[in-house]
Design a protein around this ligand. Structure first.
Ligand code: CP
Ligand code: NVA
Length: 315
C-alpha cells in the first residue's frame, strides 16, 4: 500500500491525534499486511530500524506484537524492562528520551503515567508509540476495530457496549475511537465508575462528524441490539488494591449468557482485550462460546501494531 505522507515520523499516543482517514489507513494497512503474511509475503520496511520496547508494567500481547511485527518487517526490537534501565529513577524521562532517540529509530512505552509517554515523545526526536498507560490503550482499539470489521464486514454504524470500569484506559480509548469512527458506544457502568465528563464531551464532539451515538448509562437495558459486548478486568494494572471494592460495584455488570441473550440478537459477539479473569467480568461459558472473538483480537494486535510501526517509521 502507498504510504500516507501525513503519518510518517509521527508518534502514536492516543487516537485523539489522528483523523478518521488516518485511523482508516492504519486499519487498511493492517488488513493488507495480515493478508500478505498469510500468503507468506513479508515486507522489509523496518530493515535496519532499531525499536526500543520500554515496559514499566507486564505484557504478553503488546510486547509480543511489537516484537513479532518488527522482526516480520526486518527490524530489530530491544526489550527494556523497568528494572533494566535508569528511566525515572537515576535518569529523568527527558534525558532517557534523548539518549534512546539517538540510538533507536522508534520507541514503544507501556507504563503508568500518560505524561511519561508524552514526555518521551516530546524529547526523543523519533516516533513514540503508546503500548498502554493508565489513561489510554490506543493500539488495542485498532486491533478491536479490525476484528469487528473482519467479523461483520464493516465498522461504522455498529453498536458496541463496554461494560465494567468505565473510566479505565480501555473505556477512555473507545470513547475517542468510536467517536471518531462512527461506532455507537454505550459505556455501561455504575455512576462511581463513569468516564470523565470532559472526555465524554470530546467524544460527542467527534461523534457530530461521524454520526456515532455516545451513551453513558447504569442500565443493562442498553445492551439491546448490540453488535458487540466488550469487557475488561475490573481492576487495571496498578489498581489491584481496589479489587474487592470493584467486585462489589461491578458484579451486576458481568458479561454472562443472560446478558448476551438480553441483546435480542443471535449474532452479538463477545470481546475482551485480555488478560481476562473468568468468573469475574465474564463467565467461562461466554468466554469459550462461539460468540467469543477474543483470540482474533489478540492476533490482530500484531497486525495493527505492525501497521503503526510501518506507517510512522517504515521507508
Ligand atoms: N491486551 C493487552 O494489552 O495485553 P497485554 O497486557 O498482555 O499486552
Ligand atoms: N485495563 C487493563 C487493560 C489491560 C490490557 C489494564 O490496564 O490493566
Amino acid at each position: 500500500m502507498e504510504k500516507m505522507q501525513s503519518l510518517i515520523g509521527r508518534s502514536f499516543l492516543t487516537l485523539k491525534d489522528f483523523t478518521p482517514e488516518e485511523i482508516r489507513y492504519f486499519l487498511d494497512l493492517a488488513a493488507d499486511l495480515k493478508a500478505k503474511k498469510k500468503q507468506g509475503i513479508f515486507g522489509n520496511s523496518l530493515a535496519h530500524k532499531n525499536i526500543a520496547l520500554i515496559f514499566e508494567k507486564p505484557s504478553t500481547r503488546t510486547r509480543c506484537a511489537f516484537t513479532v511485527g518488527c522482526v516480520d518487517e526486518g527490524g530489530h526490537p530491544e526489550y527494556l524492562g523497568i528494572n533494566d534501565i535508569q528511566l525515572g529513577g537515576k535518569e529523568s524521562v527527558e534525558d532517557t528520551a534523548r539518549v534512546l532517540g539517538r540510538l533507536f529509530d522508534g520507541i514503544e512505552f507501556r507504563g503508568f503515567k500518560h505524561k511519561t509517554v508524552e514526555d518521551l515523545a516530546a524529547y526523543a526526536g523519533v516516533p513514540v508509540w503508546n503500548g498502554l498507560t493508565d489513561d489510554f490503550h490506543p493500539t488495542q482499539i485498532l486491533a478491536d476495530f479490525l476484528t469487528i470489521e473482519e467479523h461483520f464486514g464493516d465498522l461504522k454504524g455498529r453498536k458496541m457496549c463496554f461494560l465494567g470500569d468505565g473510566r479505565n484506559n480501555m473505556a477512555n480509548s473507545f470513547l475517542v475511537g468510536c467517536g471518531k469512527m462512527g461506532v455507537h458506544l454505550s459505556v455501561i457502568a455504575p455512576k462511581e465508575l463513569w468516564p470523565e465528563e470532559e472526555l465524554v464531551a470530546q467524544a460527542r464532539e467527534y461523534a457530530k462528524e461521524s454520526g456515532a451515538v455516545i451513551e453513558i448509562t447504569e442500565s443493562l437495558d442498553a445492551v439491546k441490539d448490540a453488535d458487540v459486548l466488550y469487557t475488561d478486568v475490573w481492576a487495571s494494572m496498578g489498581e489491584e488494591a481496589k479489587t474487592a471494592e470493584r467486585v462489589k460495584l461491578l458484579t451486576p455488570y458481568q458479561v454472562n449468557a443472560d446478558l448476551m441473550k438480553k441483546t435480542g440478537r443471535e449474532d452479538t459477539i463477545f470481546m475482551h482485550c485480555l488478560p481476562a479473569i473468568k468468573g469475574k467480568e465474564v463467565t467461562e461459558e461466554v468466554f469459550e462460546s462461539a460468540a467469543s472473538v477474543v483470540f482474533d483480537e489478540a492476533e490482530n494486535r500484531m497486525h495493527t501494531i505492525k501497521a503503526v510501526m510501518v506507517a510512522t517509521l517504515g521507508e
